[in-house]
Design a protein around this ligand. Sequence first.
Ligand code: SAM
Ligand code: FES
Length: 360
Amino acid sequence: MAHSHIHAVLQRIYAADVPEPADLEAILRLADEDELGLLFGFADVVRREYVGDAVLVRGIIEFSNVCRNTCMYCGLNRHNDQLTRYRLTREEILATAANIWQAGVKTVVLQSGEEDNLDSRWLRQVIEDIRKDFDMAVTLSVGERCREDYELWKQAGADRYLLKIETSDPRLYRELHPGMSFENRMRCLRDLVELGYQTGSGNIVGLKGQTTRSLAGDVRFFKQGNFDMISVSPFIPHPQTALGDEPAADLTMTLKMTALARIVSRNAHIPATTAIGSLRGRDERPKALAAGANVLMPNFTPAPYRRYYEIYPNKRCVSEDPQACPGCLEQMVATMGRRVDYGRGDSLKRAGCAPHTFSN
Ligand code: SAM
Ligand code: FES
C-alpha cells in the first residue's frame, strides 16, 4: 500500500465515530516493516498527545487462582486438576499491599479466578482495609458477579474494574467459553460502567478461530465502549488446556491491535501486558510502549503463590523479588526516553467525554 494511502486510512480510523471494518482490516493486514512503522508511529503520536510520556505503574496481587470457569485458553480453568489452588488471607493481601505502597506504587490491582465461594463481604473488608491504611487506588479484576456485589465493593472504595471481553465476536466467545454467557459478560460491563467504576476491557489476540474481521470487531467494541482502560494480550498456549497444542499469537498482530486500541481510544490507559513480555521468552514490552501503551503492571504476588497463578506457562518475573521490579521498569522506560509516573493514574476520560455506549 502506498504510504499516503496508509496515512489516509489511519486518519479515517482516528476521526471516525466507529471505524469501518474494511479500514481496520486493511491495517491489520499490514506486514511490511516500513508500513508497520507508519502505524506504530501514528499510535505513538496519539499516545504522546493524549496521555503524555509518563508510564503509569500498577501493582498486581493475584490473590486466588480458584476458578469455576471453563475458558479454553486459561490454565486456571476448573478442569485443570494438576494446578495447586490457593487463596491469600486478608492479612497476606494487606502485607502485600504494604509492599506495593513502600515501592511507591499508588494503584493496587486485586485479581483472581472466578471463585464461587468468594465472599463478597470478605472482599469488601479487604478493600476497606486497603483504603484505610494506604492512600492508593484499588482496581478489582475478579470476573463476573451480580450487580449487588459490584455495588458493595464500589461503596467500600474500589475505584476501577477490569473485565476483558476476550473476544467481541459472540459466536467465537461461545466456542471458547463453554457454559458461559456472552450476554452476562456484557451485562457485567454495563453494570460496572453504570456504577461509576473506571472500567477496563480488552481482548486476547491469536485465539483459535479468530479472524481479522473479528479483531476489527474488537477495535470497534473498544471504541463504542469508550473504556477507561484497554488491555490487549497475545494468546499463549497452556499445555493443560483444550488449546494447549495451538500456536502462540503473533507478536506483530498483538502490537497492531495495541496501536489501533490507542488510535481509537486516544486517552485510555493501555498496558504493555505481561503476556507481551512473556510471549517470546524475552521482554517485548518496550515494543508495546512504542506502539501506544502507557502502563506497566508489575506482579507483587508473594513468592510461594505466584508460580501457581499460571494462566499460561513461562510467565515473566515469576521468580524475581517484587521489590526489584520498580528499578527494572524504570530502566526499561528510561532507555525509551520516557519516565515512570508513580501517581494513581486515574482515568483521563471523565471530564467532558462522551458517555459509554454499547450498541453491539
Ligand atoms: N477472573 C478474572 C476475569 O475473568 O476477568 C480475571 C482473571 S483472568 C485469569 C485474567 C486474564 O488472563 C483474562 O482476562 C485473559 O485475558 C487472560 N488469559 C487467560 N489465559 C490466557 C492465555 N492462555 N494467554 C493469554 N492471556 C490469557
Ligand atoms: Fe477462570 Fe476463565 S478460566 S476466568
